[in-house]
Design a protein around this ligand. Structure first.
Ligand SMILES: Nc1ncnc2c1ncn2[C@@H]1O[C@H](COP(=O)(O)OP(=O)(O)O)[C@@H](O)[C@H]1O
Ligand SMILES: [Mg+2]
Length: 257
């Protein structure tokens, strides 16, 4: 395990009215790790991602990423620091092609102005070309080149999920948050995804937190696992430690996993 701390969450809580969706969670993730975040439905997993990406404001506690306190920062600021995510419910521009979905995401990283874009200044054209190149390269990596000009809504469910991951990756994140990427995939697609996630980590050097219901996938892929139950972190440890943890077994008894 790499020793550099990338993300430190301290006593983080998120409440919705009277409901404590996240309750005093402490979590540290190190550079280059691939960690799993599991827990029964409603445990607060997605809410934790929402807090990490600035989509919801923590009620208390701290999020420190690469030495910077992100607790009260906007989603835009956080994404510029290098945290991106995919969504449990796919959020692509449905009527745009796979290529255009990626080109738009590339522009997040670029500096030309709106006016420059309209006037087609040299700088803007050069960046357009660069975005196009990056988008094609990412389609290639994800095995989606043949669908470049297909509207994203027409892709298979598995390919839409891959396109979402591709879209997150073109922003060159340091931390990638995957929210149930295998949901709705068939076993063959899930197996392919497993290999893909593994290679993304090594090829892009990106740190990954994976929320996943498919226990096999999590146990096969992740070195460390965090377990949430009713907003509380009830366990963290290696696959073996989590597998034999009494509290985890209790939390999952009767749950659909
Ligand atoms: N925006 C919201 N407003 C009110 N309650 C919410 C909101 N988002 C999540 N919750 C509640 O917080 C709890 C945790 O939800 P969630 O983070 O989606 O769980 P998980 O992803 O682990 O299934 C649930 O009880 C859910 O109903
Ligand atoms: Mg969720």
């Amino acid at each position: 395990m790499a020793a550099n701390e990338l993300l430190r969450i301290s006593t983080l809580s998120v409440s919705f009215g009277g409901l404590k969706a996240i309750s005093n969670v402490d979590m540290t993730v190190y550079e280059g790790e691939l960690v799993g975040l599991i827990g029964p439905n409603g445990a607060g997993k997605t809410t934790l991602f929402n807090a990490l990406t600035g989509l919801c404001r923590p009620t208390s506690g701290e999020i420190v990423f690469s030495g910077k306190n992100l607790s009260k920062k906007s989603a835009h600021y956080i994404s510029r620091q290098g945290i991106t995510r995919t969504f449990q419910n796919i959020r692509l521009f449905k009527s745009l092609s796979a290529l255009d979905n990626l080109r738009i995401a590339c522009h997040q990283n670029m500096s030309y102005t709106f006016l420059g874009g309209i006037l087609k200044t040299k700088n803007a054209s050069r960046q357009e070309e660069e975005a196009e190149k990056q988008a094609w390269a990412m389609l290639e990596i994800m095995g989606l080149s043949q669908y470049a000009h297909e509207r994203s809504v027409n892709l298979s469910y598995g390919n839409q999920r891959k396109l979402e991951i591709a879209r997150a990756l073109v922003t060159k994140p340091r931390l990638l948050l995957l929210d149930e990427p295998a949901a709705g995939m068939n076993p063959a697609e899930t197996q392919e995804l497993l290999h893909l996630i593994r290679s993304l980590r090594s090829d892009f050097g990106v740190t990954i937190i994976l929320i996943e219901h498919d226990m096999n996938l999590v146990m096969n892929l992740c070195e460390r696992i965090f377990v949430l139950d009713y907003g509380v972190l009830i366990a963290e440890g290696s696959v073996e430690e989590i597998r034999s943890n009494e509290q985890v077994i209790q939390a999952y008894l009767g749950a659909d996993v």
